[in-house]
Design a binder for this molecule. Structure first.
Ligand code: CP
Length: 317
């Protein structure tokens, strides 16, 4: 595997989940693969889970790991060609990327949407420059339009907790004080559309996601109706995708918060969220603290999804 940016990069999804669950049983079985190999993790944005779980995954595989926080101690990077660099940006990304590539064997990149220009965000300019110019296998640690390590961990978690062969999985928008990218819901939809689940997306009018990710999923604008008989409720906020409102907050309607009353509509569903989560905006205290909340094992599976992807990359070096 040379790149990991979406569900298709995993090939046979059932086989990938099976491989992940095997790795989980003995996460040090492939320690030899990473001997004398270096993982570089480059962060343009903050992280708790991705930083720790991906580093742990690399260490499980015997790799040396390095972390670079672009905004803390590195030179400020110019990302556009043709710019006269007379401002505060000291280095161009077109030099920085191959230099980073020269120090490592595999690169993970986190670079969120800027919300300045939809086309720039949806072209994944920064991630694709790493793929094009680093000369090394590159995986997304959440880019402008996707968070495939999260979605893979989500699928692994659903596989572990499901009680029926084809569970009903509902992705619900929920309110948030800040404008958040569509990366997590995009990738969740990308994966659920390929998995053996009954997938429903619910959100207020105006929050439709990119059709490239929604594909054949059912979209239901009535949250209560969508939640009926759900086996898994996956809550997430995102800002508007469609122009002219791209990147804007259109609603903070607290009636969309996932509460015990909402969960009562479901088939005793499990509650999921990628974290970090704003309590009593996205989800009430009692729901996230309930036995049906699986947000902690979901986060723990980030180590497993990352390890499966890095293992596959090591195998092709
Ligand atoms: N879910 C997730 O990616 O968490 P972090 O932003 O803390 O890495």
């Amino acid at each position: 595997m040379r790149t990991y940016t979406n569900v298709k990069d995993l090939g046979d999804l059932n086989a990938a989940v099976k491989e992940a669950l095997e790795i989980k049983k003995n996460r040090f079985a492939y320690k030899h693969l990473g001997e004398n190999k270096t993982l570089l993790m480059v962060f343009f944005n903050s992280s708790l889970r991705t930083r720790l779980s991906t580093q742990k995954a690399g260490m499980n595989l015997g790799m040396n790991t390095m972390v670079l926080d672009i905004n803390q101690g590195a030179w400020k990077l110019e990302t556009e060609r043709g710019v006269i660099m007379d401002g505060d940006k000291s280095e161009h990304i077109l030099e920085a990327i191959p230099v980073m590539g020269s120090y490592c064997d595999i690169i993970g990149v986190r670079a969120f949407a800027q919300f300045e220009n939809k086309e720039d965000d949806y072209q994944e300019k920064i991630l694709n420059q790493f793929i094009q110019y680093s000369g090394k296998p590159v995986f997304s640690m959440e880019a402008a339009t996707g968070h495939p390590l999260q979605a893979f961990a989500d699928l692994i978690t659903i596989e572990e907790y499901k009680k029926t062969a084809r569970p009903k999985v509902v992705l619900t928008w929920a309110p948030h004080p800040k404008a958040l990218p569509q990366a997590v819901p995009n990738s969740f939809a990308d994966f659920m559309n390929e998995a053996d689940v009954d997938f429903v997306i619910t959100h207020p009018e105006g929050y439709d996601l990119d059709p490239k990710f929604v594909r054949g999923a059912k979209v239901e604008y009535n949250q209560d109706k969508a939640l009926e008989d759900a086996d898994f409720v996956y809550a997430k906020n995102w800002a508007a995708y469609t122009n002219p409102n791209y990147g804007k907050i259109l609603s903070k309607d607290m009636s969309w918060t996932v509460t015990a009353q909402k969960m009562a509509l479901t088939n005793n569903a499990y509650f999921m969220h990628c974290l970090p989560v704003r309590r009593n905006m996205i989800v009430s205290d009692d729901v996230i603290e309930s036995p049906q909340s699986i947000v902690i094992p979901e986060a723990a599976n980030r180590e497993i999804s990352a390890q499966t992807v890095i293992k596959r990359m090591l195998e092709t070096l």
